[in-house]
Write a protein that binds this ligand. Structure first.
Ligand SMILES: C[S@@+](CC[C@H](N)C(=O)[O-])C[C@H]1O[C@@H](n2cnc3c(N)ncnc32)[C@H](O)[C@@H]1O
Length: 412
């Protein structure tokens, strides 16, 4: 494998965000093909590194290393024997295998993993191998993996304390077709590193960024989240507005560690050049006001701490404030009001939430003329209490709950 080899890459995302990832790739000059649960393209290492550094809405970026059909272990072994593992693992490295099998003759995930492990050990030598099955996929947030690619994180769950410690390979059987991929990201990409303080029901960073992008917000107008919790929307907004790549979302704009930097084929000069270019793109300040408010003091303290770690505290004003008291912080031009309100399905009784939705709607109508609204709602029918014209942007999952992302046109 050389730097100029075009091989198949796959950016994994939560269901519903495939077109957003495709648009992000297009902005990097990459034409991708939308698949269930992600976007694939034939790309060189530079594009693979750039995708890991710049994609805001993807959870992982993989390189697909083999694809074959197998209906027996003998057939599978014939193909696995041909795979060259050495570009991705140093002798003695720890390897994690994640196997999933759906609608396939070979369905025993443990038995598949065991055979792969044997071949990897034989070829690379002395590799300690951890077998990981579907449980690991679910821990990584794969609640919705059934509707996704099965090749990694759905991006929709809570995340896991057990992210791959070793080099992760994803082996997926679907209708007897096997796809073998190597993960280039390491820790899931939503772990930008800035969010250590969390409030209630925090939103994944990849989801928040994906929603802002899906709503067409690019940082050139104001942004307000009046139910901001630990500040994920305003922080991701500030990163977008200042052109800070998510892979350098910290005070020093230092790159987050990636799995591919441990590959024997890693090209440090190429990676360092891409990081320097990303650092040079950073704008001094967000051009418009970005604000977050919440009635919970603890949430606002957490939001401040997170924004500081992300290096964007100077771009966001955070306030402890009830929803009804929220006002535009920038009157120069209308912007986007975005929110992830609590879901009725979680708390059972929806009465208090009806009031919350109704007051959200009247707040927007009374005080935010010309602004656009983007909101995450569960399938609890509460959006009718907003009394706002809304269209569905996408459907996805959040923490195991099916949700829809709605957007209003500009409010008259
Ligand atoms: C689902 S959480 C938002 C999580 C946030 N997106 C994050 O990533 O951390 C909903 C938030 O709405 C806030 N909230 C609920 N009712 C409110 C009200 N009437 N006024 C202001 N904040 C409210 C809660 O304190 C909570 O932080």
């Amino acid at each position: 494998m050389t730097a100029t080899n075009r091989v198949e890459r796959f950016a994994v995302c939560a269901p519903g965000f495939e077109p957003v990832v495709a648009a992000e790739l297009a902005a990097l000059g990459i034409t991708g093909k939308v698949e269930a649960g992600g976007v694939s393209w034939m790309g060189v290492d530079r594009e693979f590194y750039a995708a890991n550094l710049h994609l805001r809405s993807a959870g992982r970026v993989l390189t697909r290393i083999a694809r074959f059909r197998a209906r027996s272990f003998m057939e599978m072994e014939r193909h696995v024997r041909k795979i060259n593992w050495t570009p991705y693992i140093e002798p003695g490295a720890t390897v994690d295998l994640r196997v999933s099998s759906r609608k396939s003759r070979l369905y025993h995930e443990g038995a598949i993993a065991e055979r792969f492990a044997r071949f990897i050990s034989e070829e690379v030598g002395g590799v300690a191998t951890t077998l990981r099955g579907r449980e690991a996929e679910e821990e990584d947030g794969g609640e919705d993996a059934g509707s996704g690619s099965g090749e990694g994180d759905s991006g929709a769950g809570r995340g896991s304390a057990t992210d791959s410690a070793g080099q992760l390979f994803v082996i997926r059987f679907s209708r007897d077709e096997c796809t073998v991929s190597v993960d280039g990201s390491g820790d899931l990409l939503h772990r930008r590193g800035y969010r250590q303080a969390i409030a209630k029901a925090p939103l994944r960073e990849t989801l928040a960024a994906g929603i802002l992008l899906a709503a067409g917000w690019d940082g050139s107008t104001p942004l307000l989240d009046p139910l901001c919790g630990s500040g994920t929307f305003p922080i991701e907004g500030a990163l977008i507005a200042r052109h800070i790549a998510p892979g350098i979302a910290n005070h020093d704009f230092a790159p987050r560690p990636n799995a591919f930097s441990r590959w024997p084929t890693f090209q440090p000069e190429l990676w360092e050049r891409l990081v320097r270019e990303a650092q040079a793109e950073v704008r001094e300040r967000a051009p418009h006001s970005i604000a977050g408010s919440d009635r919970d003091t603890g949430a606002i303290t957490a939001a401040h701490a997170n924004a500081t770690r992300a290096g964007v505290e100077g771009d966001i004003s955070f306030d402890v404030r009830a929803l009804s008291a929220a006002r535009p912080t920038d009157n120069s031009t209308p912007g986007l009001i975005v929110a992830n309100p609590p879901y009725g399905v979680r708390i059972g009784d929806t009465r208090p939430l009806r009031n919350l939705y109704a007051s959200f709607g009247s707040l927007v109508r009374d005080h935010f003329p010309g602004w656009t609204v983007a909101m995450i709602v569960a399938n609890d029918g509460l959006e009718r209490f907003l009394e706002l014209p809304l269209e569905e942007l996408l459907r996805t999952g959040n923490g195991g709950i099916p949700v829809r992302v709605l957007r209003s046109p500009e409010v008259a």
